[in-house]
Design a protein around this ligand. Structure first.
Ligand SMILES: *[C@@H]1O[C@H](CO)[C@@H](O)[C@H](O)[C@H]1NC(C)=O
Ligand SMILES: *[C@@H]1O[C@H](CO)[C@@H](O)[C@H](O)[C@H]1NC(C)=O
Ligand SMILES: [Zn+2]
Ligand SMILES: [Zn+2]
Length: 608
């Protein structure tokens, strides 16, 4: 599902051509690309540029989901636009002139409204020029390869690197303990993606054409369907303070020993972020965690925490105004009460940490945002071919120590490894580690997609063998879905996930009468809903095979994915959607369709 998170990958504007494919060349495309090519040839704006770009508007690609372009068309357009900017910089444009040219292009092609175009450009221009100025051979195709994730964009540079994974091979799990019913368990609360919006204002227009709406400076809504609700809204809305409080309060009606928060504190007002405001919002959410929870909280950094959004600075960036070290310093201090000195040190290095909350159990928190495409532009383009921040090498060594100490490990991250925004090289190397340590890792927990999802990892030597699980979701904000949280039941000896419950409420109903108490309800518990024996990878893998026959199970998955939201129910899930859901459940590295193809084939065979 393309979420808002896709377009926030926008670096300047060239990223904003979204992913739905279409084979036909759209009207006006040739003229626009030809005229941009002329621009590159003659070095100044061709006289018919206005007209040509006007013939091929990309109407509000920052907000809408559908793209009229296929992947090679996207690469082509993105490359031309980026090359035009690079050329102008080389010809001597100042930062201001370059921003103005980018603004012209963004607005001429109607990629967003003016304040979003200009805000995004203002936030990103320094970094863009930094990259160009520090790379003599920088090209549009290299940048677009990173941003769009399409291999067609650059065949010469695959951003290849590899890490050393500790030798050895995963031992099979001890399956002697089958009677889970009699074991002791404890609970872990999972919440994610709060996207707190201090400017949230009920009654404003929810479809405002900007990445987030329902804010104090938006126009008023005109009727019930366009007025932002009191508790939030399915479309164009982040989370008001009182909905965050209500949710956290509700979670405390459960018992749990730890809280996992898998990232994204800050709202989607990405065109006007600032260090001050992001600091204020991260602080406000963290403070609420401290208010409501008297157990340790293990927070993860999301891609929305830095300013500008997504752009974590490279190790080598010395320019203070471009550095995102401030985020690390902020959270090392703010989260310090739940962590120890060692954890603070690795946070300061790269936003990741590990801690052992109790004997035999270890939590590892990754900063997976660094690896995702656009946000890592500076690092990828300047300091390539290496494991960013040494994080994966560190992960391998922590897991090796854990294995030796016979600890079991939960791995937490924001962007899951198979996501389009997780760079494939990173996803591949991460997966090598997961495969090596599948016996030590008893669960992965992620956020970012705003959806309730599961992902199965398979072995490399024995590809049909499922070896590890990521549990995604517990998203609090209401992006096309109802607000939710999850309570995981964990075996106190093996630290395996035994089951989980997902809780939610009907946002439409709650908004009808805000004076009434919200009616939270348990949407499902996994074992019961899917009739599985356990949440072990092998049993979930069998479930996926059953899904290829019994499509009512996929329909159930779809409903849960959006937490029973009216908007998702109205949209429904057709055959293509069902197959995509199956694929997403087995995609652990972007672009690797091996297991997806197997499931799709089973699906088709069963239909006949
Ligand atoms: C930061 O937040 C304040 C208060 O909402 C707002 O007035 C200001 O414009 C924000 N800063 C930026 C850069 O958007
Ligand atoms: C949510 O509440 C609204 C308003 O009462 C109702 O129309 C809708 O059917 C409910 N949705 C679900 C999934 O029960
Ligand atoms: Zn998010
Ligand atoms: Zn995110």
């Amino acid at each position: 599902m393309l979420s808002k998170s896709k377009w926030i990958g926008c670096f300047l504007f060239c990223t904003c051509v979204l992913t739905t494919s279409s084979a036909e060349v759209p009207n006006g495309f040739h003229l626009a690309t030809k005229t941009l090519t002329d621009y590159l040839t003659i070095g100044v704006r061709p006289p018919d540029l206005d007209y040509a770009l006007g013939q091929f508007p990309l109407p509000n690609v920052l907000v809408t989901k559908k793209s009229v372009l296929d992947s090679s068309q996207k690469c082509h357009l993105c490359t031309l636009l980026t090359d035009v900017l690079i050329m102008n910089r080389r010809l001597g444009f100042s930062d201001v002139q370059l921003a103005s040219e980018a603004s012209y292009l963004c607005n001429a092609m109607k990629m967003a409204n003016e304040r979003v175009c200009d805000g995004m450009i203002k936030n990103n221009v320094d970094i863009f020029t930094y990259i160009i100025d520090n790379n003599e051979d920088m090209s549009g195709s290299r940048i677009c390869r990173l941003i769009l994730r399409e291999n067609e964009c650059d065949s010469t540079d695959n951003y290849e690197w590899t890490i050393e994974v500790p030798a050895g091979k995963t031992v099979d799990k001890d399956k002697t303990k089958t009677n889970t019913a009699s074991t002791t368990t404890f609970n872990i609360l999972h919440i994610s993606d709060i996207h707190y919006d201090p400017r949230y204002t009920a009654g404003k227009l929810n479809r405002c054409g900007e990445p987030t709406c329902c804010q104090d400076d938006n126009p008023d809504g005109t009727d019930d369907s366009t007025r932002c609700g009191y508790w939030s809204d399915y479309i164009g809305a982040d989370l008001p303070f009182h909905t965050m409080q209500e949710t956290l309060k509700q979670t405390t009606t459960h018992e749990f020993d730890y809280v996992y928060y898998t990232g994204d504190f800050v709202s989607h007002r990405v065109w006007s972020t600032s260090v001050e405001n992001n600091t204020r919002d991260i602080t406000a959410v963290t403070e609420q965690f401290r208010n409501y929870y008297n157990v340790p909280v293990y927070p993860v950094l999301g891609n929305h925490e830095p300013h500008p959004v997504n752009l974590w600075s490279s190790e080598g960036v010395e320019d203070g105004s471009l550095s995102t070290q401030w985020v690390f310093e902020l959270v090392a201090e703010q989260w310090g009460g739940w962590l120890n000195e060692d954890a603070k040190q690795t946070i300061l290095k790269g936003g990741y940490y590990t801690i052992s909350p109790t004997k035999g159990f270890r939590v590892i928190v990754l900063n997976s945002n660094k690896e995702s495409s656009s946000l890592q532009l500076t690092r990828w383009l300047i300091n390539r071919n290496k494991d960013p921040y040494g994080q994966l090498t560190w992960l391998g060594s922590v897991l090796l120590q854990a294995e030796k100490a016979e600890e079991k490990v939960h791995v937490l991250m924001h962007i899951p490894s198979g996501d389009i925004e997780c760079f494939d090289t990173w996803g591949r190397e991460y997966r090598r580690i997961i495969r090596r340590f599948a016996n030590t890792i008893t669960g992965q927990f992620a956020g970012h997609t705003h959806r309730d999802e599961l992902v199965v990892y398979y072995d490399d030597e024995e590809p049909s063998k499922a070896i590890s699980m990521t549990w995604n979701g517990a998203c609090v904000m209401s992006d096309h879905a109802n607000p939710s949280y999850k309570v995981f039941q964990v075996d106190a000896d093996t630290f395996d996930v035994v089951d989980y419950e997902e809780w939610t409420f009907n946002l439409t109903l709650a908004n009808l009468d805000p004076t009434k108490d919200i009616e939270w309800y348990k949407l499902y518990s996994f074992k019961e809903a899917y009739g599985v024996e356990s949440l072990q990878p092998g049993d979930v893998d069998k479930l996926l095979t059953r899904m290829t026959k019994d499509h009512s199970l996929i329909q159930k998955y779809y409903v849960y994915k959006f937490r029973n939201s009216d908007i998702a129910l109205a949209e429904g899930c057709d055959e293509t959607c069902e197959k995509n859901l199956l694929c997403d459940m087995v995609t652990t590295m972007y672009g690797d369709t091996e297991h997806c193809d197997i499931l799709k084939q089973l699906y088709d065979e069963n239909k006949q």
